[in-house]
Structures are given as C-alpha cells and as structure tokens.
Design a protein around this ligand. Sequence first.
Ligand code: ATP
Length: 394
Amino acid sequence: MKTGIFGGTFDPIHNGHLFSAEAIKKILDFDRIIFIPTGEPPHKVARRVTSACDRFEMVCAAIQGIEGFEVSDIEIKRKSYTYTYDTLMELKENAEPGEEFSMIIGADTLADIFNWHRSQDVFKLCSFVAMKRPGSDEVQFRENMRRAAEAGAKVYTAEIPQYDVSSTIIRQAIAKGEDVSVYIPYKVKEYIEKKNLYISRDMTYSEICEDLQRLLSVKRFTHSMGVAEESVRLAKIYGADVEKCKLAGILHDCAKELTAKQYVWMGFEGNCDKDYEGENVLLHALAGAVLAKERYGVCDEEILEAIRCHITGKPEMGLVAQIVFLADYTEKGREGTFYESVREKADKGLLYEAMLEECDNTLIYNLKKEKLLICVQTVKTRNWLVSISKQERK
Ligand code: ATP
C-alpha cells in the first residue's frame, strides 16, 4: 500500500493543495493521501495561526467526497509543538503490513527539510515527493533535490500543473474584503464566512492569555499573570496607562521559551552566551516585541518598548517600560527581602529609587556569582537613574 502524507498548516486549505494532491496521487499511483493539519507549527510562531480545530474542519470540508483523500487529527491532538518525526512514528505503529509512506511537500518546504527535528531519522521513515510551486527557482529546486539526496533523503518529483496560490494570498485577500472563490472550494468559503475567519481584528486580552498558555509553561505563564497584575497596580500609583501596562506585562516574556531554532526562524541569531554588551542577553525581549507585533497584533510603540527592555531597562525609557521593568521584579510571586525592599519603595511612590535598587540588586547578584558576566545595558540604566536622582535632589 502506498500512502501519501500531505502535512501543512492549511490556513486555509486551497485549490493549490487539492489539485496538486490529486495530480500526484494519479501520477505516482498512491492508494490514499492523508491530509495532516499541523498543530502549533514551531516555524510559524511569529504569526497568528487560526485555531487547529478550524483548520481541521476546513480540510474535512475540502476533501469531503473525494475518493482516496483522508484527514488525520494526529498532529492537532498533540499538546506541544508538532514534529514530523513523531507523526511518522505514530503512523508507522498503525500501518498496514508493507505500507510505504511518502511525504508530499512544496518547493519551499523542500528547502527546509534539513532543519527538521531529527531530520536524519525522518529520512529513514519515509520518502518525499517535491512539487514545484509557481515562482520557485528551477536551479535552486534542483540544488535542493541534490542536497536532500546527499543528506540521505529519498526525494522524487512529479511534473504536475502548478497552481499560483498560497494561503497567505487568500488570508490577505479576505482581510481586504476581496472574493476568493476561485482559490478555495465552496464549502471552505462557506466555513470561513460562517466563522468570520481572516477578518482583521484586534485580539482580545483573554484570547491573548489563552494563546500564551499554549506557548508558555505553567510557571512562566503564572509569572506573566503576576507581572500583568503588578503592572496594573503600579500604573495606578504612577498615573500610567493601565491597559497598556497590563498588556505589556502579560506579554513581556512571550518569547522566553522559544527554542534557538525558532529564534533563527524569526531572524535572530540564537547564540545567547556570546555577548553581554547587552545584545544577546536581550534576545528573548527583542524576540518578544516581534512576537507581540506579528502574532498578537500589538502596534503600540510604548508597549513594544516595554517588552523590548524589560530585562535590563534602558536609559530614557518611557513610563510604561518603567512600570513593567519594575513589575517584573516586584510581582507577588517573587519572595525575599530584596524584593520586599524594592516593593516598599515602589509603594511609596519612589519610582526611580525603586528601579535603581532593582538595578543594584541585579548587578550585585551577578558580581557575587563567580564568572557571571555583567550586562552593560543594566549598568547604563543604573547610571541614567543615578543622574536623574541627582537632578531631583538639586
Ligand atoms: P502559507 O502561505 O500560509 O505559508 P501555504 O499556501 O504555503 O501557506 P501550507 O499549508 O503551508 O500552505 O502548505 C502545505 C504544503 O503544501 C507545503 O509543503 C507547501 O509547500 C505546499 N503548497 C502550498 N501551496 C502550494 C501550491 N500552490 N502548489 C504546490 N504546493 C503547495
């Protein structure tokens, strides 16, 4: 038995997916093709992906009545990030004797298979059918085919008609109110309309929390809730914008648990121990601001600044950033005399002094730890706070 596996985000599934799969099934004589919508795709962390349930339902609607097409919820059922390796292992366990698996992938995905989790093991578990996509560079495609074969993958290609459509184009068109009937099956269009998908709108605070719960460990999410709550409390004391502080507080650590690979996918160098000039220790804060913007649709510069500099502070940072910087230190989950003392100053309205003590504590803590490097940005923040305090005393 020959089974084709067509994995994808399918956000939404479109005719490019369906027509290509039909053509490949026919040409390569597959008995069946299983469409597998991904759960949380790790490489697409920097954008808001439609719920797994909606993407699954759209695939069901699209393939209904097409012979030899099936859908599996194997990946969306998984709580953590989904990796092809785990999916293949699960499929193999339930396979028919002698069943062969082949992954159907587009040219863009072919370029990426070397970066997959346990790629070498994946290459042993299945072969690949790579499809050219409109606009894909023929030379680059050949080169990727060669590289994949060299790396041990069994890769084939099939000459099939190319369909110039992508889910991105469809999402953008719907957001602009354009008609997408030519790109997607009628049933999928109906579903999108019924559920109001892809209409651009701000995420609500509770939707953001729900999403963060999936992205973060329980401990980190609890801390984020604590920082949001403390940011609100401090915002009221210091007359800052409560909603902005709350949002920056809940999002400040949103990128903290990304993997080094995900940082690279987002365009950041994942090397955290190279430099303490300020840059790399700030990695999760910088990536957090990108995530806040791209995934959660936050465009407010004060909120983004607060996320960007929440670890070390920054000279001249705005009030929202100051509040979140302090709240990250004084949230109620932090226990101990150091925190108590800073909290007391914060409660008395001594914002700069509280932040100064926070910087000093951090620096002293790092100095006491053997060979722990000092982040220059914290020193700069401290110096800025010292000079403000001096001016205030004059
Ligand atoms: P997005 O635009 O959101 O990145 P997409 O249209 O590429 O989405 P995916 O769900 O990411 O769709 O694609 C699943 C698989 O289908 C990938 O391997 C992709 O390369 C392939 N694919 C997508 N569109 C086409 C198309 N028009 N022709 C051939 N292959 C395609």
